[in-house]
Design a protein around this ligand. Structure first.
Ligand SMILES: Nc1ncnc2c1ncn2[C@@H]1O[C@H](COP(=O)(O)OP(=O)(O)OP(=O)(O)O)[C@@H](O)[C@H]1O
Ligand SMILES: O=C(O)C1=C[C@@H](O)[C@@H](O)[C@H](O)C1
Ligand SMILES: [Mg+2]
Length: 172
């Protein structure tokens, strides 16, 4: 069975959707951010603060490659930036994976992130106006990489269950 990779911008629902998909399919879920935190014994925020983003991106790439190398069946939820560094986007095209971009609009992302930004170091210190502009520009830059996924699922105005159903149809 192929590994299932969920990707997309911060707050698009990778962790939430992957957990629910995992319950239905009985395929174990691995969250790349959580794997990195465990390996470094630090939170994502602490890694950024103590070692900087470049160090984080290196760890992120190594951990992603390691997860892909394991023979276990998994659903892997990537970090929001994973496809955009270290040529990770090329790994989304591999024959032994099914990669799905959870595509969310700027408004959807903003409304999900605005009250829930403290654990996300890239936006933690922004006010609401700064955040909206940041998301718009950042999403534009990152879309090139996200679009390397094999499949795209729009998550706007959908419940968790509806998005999970869309992914099950891709996997069928
Ligand atoms: N229909 C929905 N689908 C997914 N998440 C939703 C939905 N409606 C609300 N949410 C909320 O949006 C947030 C999505 O956050 P989640 O941590 O799953 O995103 P993420 O893509 O993993 O972000 P990050 O890249 O920062 O890890 C959660 O708080 C979740 O409860
Ligand atoms: O979008 C990003 O670059 C990030 C998203 C999170 O999942 C974490 O991987 C980290 O906060 C960086
Ligand atoms: Mg997540």
């Amino acid at each position: 069975m192929k590994k299932i990779i969920l990707l997309g911008y911060m707050g698009c629902g990778k962790s939430t959707i992957a957990q629910n998909l995992s319950k239905i399919t009985n395929i174990p879920f691995l969250d790349l951010d959580k794997c990195i935190e465990k390996r470094a014994n630090l939170s994502i925020n602490e890694i950024f603060e103590q070692h900087g983003e470049v160090y984080f991106r290196k760890l992120e790439h190594e951990m992603f490659v390691e997860l892909l190398q394991s023979s276990e069946n998994n659903i892997i939820g990537l970090g929001g930036g994973t496809p955009c560094y270290a040529n990770n986007h090329e790994l989304l095209k591999r024959d032994d994976v099914v990669s799905v971009y959870l595509k969310a609009s700027i408004d959807t992302l903003y409304s999900r992130l605005v009250h829930n930004k403290s654990k996300r170091p890239l936006i933690a210190n922004m006010n609401e106006e700064e955040m909206k502009e940041f998301i718009a520009k950042h999403l534009f830059d990152r879309s090139f990489y996200y679009n390397h996924a094999q499949h795209k699922v729009s998550v706007d105005d959908k419940t968790v269950e509806e998005t999970v159903q869309d992914i099950l149809e891709i996997l069928a």
